[in-house]
Structures are given as C-alpha cells and as structure tokens.
Write a protein that binds this ligand. Structure first.
Ligand code: PLP
Length: 429
C-alpha cells in the first residue's frame, strides 16, 4: 500500500505540531512508523489522502458507534449550522441533550455539559472534593481519565504506551492527593480506605477498562467499591467516557448493574463533536456553580452544533438500538481473531464486552495493569502493521480497545479475520 501524500503531509506536520499530531495516541508511537493521514470517512470505512480504504476499528477512539457520516447526524448538524455556530447563551438543544442523558443513564438526575472527557473528569473530581470537603482521590493503575494533572499518575492509554505515567510538568504537589490502587483488587481498596477513609473525597474508575486494553471488573470489586465509598462518605465516580452508550445504552452501570454517585461522559455523547458531560444525584450536582459554589465553566460548553450531533446520536441509539447487532459482530470478530492466533500457535487471549475488545499478545487474560503490561508489544506492532497494510485500521497500541460500529457488516468482520489469519500465520516464518 503506497502512501506518498500521507508521507508528505506528515513530514510537514512534524515541523509545525509536536510529533506531527494534536494528540499523542494518533502518532503510532507504540508501533513505530508514520501515521496515516486521513481524508474522509463513511460508514465503517476510512479513506486516506492517497485514496486507500481501511475498515475502521477506532471510530475516532470511540465516538462513532453509528459509523461515520450517519445520515441522521449529518442532517441534524447541517440544520444546526444554518442557525448558529455558538451562542454563549442558553439554547434548547442543551435541554434536549441533557434530558436524553438523564433518561438513558440510570444514575444521572442532573448533568453539566463540557467540551471533552478530560474536562468531565477534572470537573467531577473537583465537585467530589467540593462536596465532601476532602482532598484525596483514589484512582486505579492503568485507568486513564484524560490529561487532568492530578490523574496523570499510573495512567493507561497513551500515557502507558509512551511510558510517561508521570508526565514532566505534573508536580508532586498536584498528585500528592491521588492514591493509586490496583484494579480488580478489593483487598487493596479496603487497605486504602482503612488507612485514609476519612480524607477520601472519591474513587474514580473505568467501569470496564479500555485504556490498558479491555479489562473487565469483577462483581466483587465493584460491590466492594460501592460499599466502601458509602461507608466512608466518599463518592463513587464512574468514568464512562468510553463505555457510556457503548456497552449498553445506559453504559456499564446499566450492564453491570451498579449505581455510582457521579458519572463522566464523553465520546459518543457528542456523536463525533467535542462534548463531555458529568452528572449524578441532584443533591450533589446542585453544588456546581451557579447553583452551588464549585467553580466550573466553558465558553463553548453546550455548543449548538455539538449538541445537535449528540442528540441525533443518542436518539438513534435509543430508538433503534444497535446493541444486539454489535454483540453479534463483536462475538464474530473476537472469536475469529482469537482462533487466528491459536491456529498460528501464538500465545494470546481475548477480552470483550459487546463491541469493545482487545486481542492481547498475552496468554493470560489481563485483570489489572500488572498482568496487562506483560503483553508482547513487539508482536502487537507487527500485527498492527500487517493489518494496516491489508486495509484494516486497528488502534495503534496493545493498550487500547478496538471499537466496532453499527455500520460494520459481517462481511467487513470476515475480511478482517481473513487479514488477521494471514498476518498471524506469517509470524512463524
Ligand atoms: N476518560 C476515559 C475513560 C477515556 O478513555 C478518555 C479518553 O480516551 C478520557 C477520559 C478523556 O477524554 P478526552 O480525550 O475527550 O479528553
């Protein structure tokens, strides 16, 4: 596959943007080589600036659950463009999107819109601290909550991939109130609460982890977290930026049946436009300015184009739920990829929840960062490039989940499995 235009554009990009990108996860840092520069997208496919076509398993890192350019979303955004790009004043679309979020996400009674997942988690932990009057936050090793300074400790996703769990520029003072706990380890959580319980404002967690590859929580882990937070007066902050509207219309909390105090959303809630949100019990949310005293603001928060895309996406997910189809496609892909690895005698495991999955080059199914980080990332890089050059665009790190959209067909999945079989069979040579 030739990519001369991609090469020329990326060569220039490196001169004018750090690493040539505007977000490190796109830079192919974990797999080496140059990223592909994209031109357009449609349904389940991406098209690069050289005219090459790829089956897309990133979906813009999660938002595009309906596939690219879904007609209902395009129509809604076009109509919004005709009216205004931004008001900086209340608009009906904000009500409509917030009503939908409250309707669909079981634990949310009141919600605030922001412009990214990072803003959502940053605001949620500030609220937890303001509400409880306490300083400490527990986070889990390998969970990523955006680039919030105090949460950029033992973080997954590109922070893990690039080996900078503690970024330069994040001061010791900023992270001193962040306590790191092992994921899926109720005993570790109990120890931390036993020692620091009265100073803990909240526990923030990915309810199904995507940012160390897909890792599934045990029921006992979630139950212990719920009980300990209740017992000690701390808030359970469920980061559903990735899982919200993805693993079920009501997110992981609906699928796994638990009730957090606060939930953060991003990605799908904006249908591909920049939106994040945080919400929860009204009594807690009433502490946010101007109803309460916890400061949080945004020039473009509730932007009318973004809310239009979000409303159209959530309505589609509610009225024509794709989750059964996504489960079938997910099972087809997961089973096919694992079988391809097994046939090639390559040690691997597969973790999947619906349309979110990871093939780990690790014979053990990871349950936390310690086990996930034992995966063979060199093998992953070879697998990634083999697939890319066969027109399959996977996340460029072992420590990411891939996403299937409602626009994918069984034939797309079959073509992907066939490509994986070819790539993995070549590993023995
Ligand atoms: N939380 C989780 C679970 C995420 O996966 C991400 C991004 O990948 C974020 C927060 C940050 O969201 P954003 O990149 O929109 O700031």
């Amino acid at each position: 596959m030739q990519r001369p235009n991609s090469h020329a554009i990326f060569t220039r990009a490196k001169e004018i943007m750090p690493g040539g990108v505007n977000s490190p996860a796109r830079a192919f840092g974990a797999v080496g080589g140059e990223p592909v520069v994209m031109d357009r997208a449609s349904g389940a496919y991406l098209f690069d600036v050289d005219g090459n076509q790829y089956i897309d398993y990133i979906g813009s890192w999660g938002p595009m659950i309906l596939g690219h350019q879904h007609p209902a979303v395009v129509v809604a955004v076009r109509a919004a463009v005709e009216k205004a790009f931004s008001f900086g004043a209340p608009s009906p679309g904000e009500n409509e999107l917030c009503e939908l979020i409250i309707e669909l996400v079981p634990s949310i009674e009141m919600v605030r819109l922001v412009s990214s997942g990072t803003e959502a988690t940053m605001s949620a932990i500030r609220l937890a601290r303001g509400y409880t009057g306490r300083d400490r936050i527990i986070k889990f090793a390998g969970n990523y909550h955006g680039h919030v300074d105090s949460l950029l400790v033992a973080a997954g996703s590109s922070a893990a991939t690039l080996g900078v769990p503690n970024s330069p520029g994040v001061t010791a003072g900023t992270t001193q109130d962040t306590i790191i706990c092992r994921y899926n380890d109720p005993a570790n959580l109990e120890e931390i609460f036993a020692e620091h319980g009265s100073t803990i404002a909240g526990v923030i967690f990915e309810p199904i982890v995507g940012n160390m590859g897909t890792v599934i929580p045990t029921a006992e882990f979630l139950q212990t977290m719920r009980e300990l937070t209740w017992k000690h007066g701390a808030l359970m902050i469920c980061d559903e930026v990735m899982t919200g509207f993805r693993v079920a219309v009501g997110g992981a909390q609906q699928l796994l049946d638990f009730t957090p105090d606060l939930t953060t959303l991003g990605k799908i809630v904006g249908g591909g436009m920049p939106i994040g949100a945080y919400g929860g019990r009204k009594e807690v949310m009433q502490h946010v300015l101007p109803a309460g005293k916890v400061f949080q603001a945004g020039t473009l928060s509730g932007n009318p184009l973004a809310t239009a895309a979000g409303i159209a996406t959530l309505k589609q997910l509610r009225d024509q739920p794709p989750y059964e189809k996504l489960e079938q496609l997910g099972a087809q892909l997961g089973d096919g990829l694992l079988a391809a690895a097994q046939a090639a005698k390559i040690p691997a495991s597969l973790t999947r929840v619906g349309s979110m999955l990871t093939l780990f080059f690790n014979p053990m199914q990871p349950t936390d960062w310690d086990t996930a980080s034992q995966s063979d990332t060199t093998r992953f890089a070879r697998y990634f490039w083999g697939l890319l050059n066969r027109g399959v665009y996977m996340p460029c790190s072992q420590y990411e989940a891939l996403f299937i959209s409602a626009a994918h067909s069984p034939a797309d999945i079959q073509a992907t499995i066939a490509a994986a079989q070819e790539v993995l069979a070549g590993f023995g040579e």
